[in-house]
Design a protein around this ligand. Sequence first.
Ligand code: AMP
Ligand code: TRP
Length: 335
Amino acid sequence: MIKNRILSGVQPTGNLHLGNYLGAIKNFVKLQRDYECYFMLADLHSITVFQDPKQLRENIIETAAVFLACGLDPKKNVIFCQSSVTGHSELAWIFNCVARIGWLNRMTQFKEKAGSNKEKASVGLYSYPTLMAADILLYKATHVPVGEDQKQHLELCRDIAMKFNNDFNCKDFFTLPEPIITKEVARIMSLKDGTKKMSKSDEAEASRINLTDSADDIVQKIKKAKTDNDLIPDTEFKLVDRPEARNLINIFSILNGSTIEKTLKELSGKNFSELKNKLSDVLIKEIVPIGKKIKEFKKDTEAIKRILKIGSEKANIESQKTIKEVHKIIGLSLS
Ligand code: AMP
Ligand code: TRP
């Protein structure tokens, strides 16, 4: 019986930012101490929207370098590329036959990403959550650390696991995974619009802090970050209608290992330029060293490829156990 196994993934689509770091990767680093962990570059998910092949190769190396630079230990964890473990697409197909169209029709990420022209979206973008369910259930992961935006996909994963266990009369075969979503870090918002999440795909560079930004980039982006003309308030409640102000205070609090409440106690009555100076300082302290390490790791692409190869060998062995069991359960294996 597997106890406390984690699986999570990040799409190798470039521009990894503060939201990915605080919402996901920094958490992975903490969790690696207490869990058996599988950390995956979700390259099959990334091709649900067109990726330039050369760019994709570079982004895979870059994202692996980010994992390592942030402190994920390849000796302790299984770090691998989704596409190099065939079980992911195999199980995803089977789950396409378990999940219902009505379930997928409710997915808000598809609606957002497909936009107004759904007819032109790829079939992969639509069935994206069944592949994600396969990623998780293939390893019978018990916990999945993600940002808030992935919560609905995790619920769908649990629905698939339940329906499979039920349809094939194999109670408890698939573990129902629990999300690990830390409230404060779950949604880091854009620096330009506090109602939108910080995103890789936002055309405005100044909307996000990239993990490879220089100290100067950080200072400039924080200086230009949207705020309002009011002073810093004394209670969190007064931030309800001030999303940009709330976001900056939240980021500052997280990086200081503090809470919004404590930060407000310290800074209430001051104006935002003061907070921005302090915020730039803590960001530089946390992000710039990571950026330097990313550059260092990227210099040795062969070492990164070796790490991914070792990871995919381990992941293949583990995942094939589930594939074999599934084939048996559903009647595909004749022996
Ligand atoms: P993605 O870049 O979409 O592959 O996301 C990788 C991880 O980062 C997932 O766990 C996301 O939920 C998380 N994430 C992405 N953007 C944000 C954000 N703005 N705030 C918090 N977490 C995020
Ligand atoms: N869909 C996730 C995202 O965009 C990435 C991902 C793919 C993932 N497979 C996963 C996350 C499995 C957690 C578990 O953020």
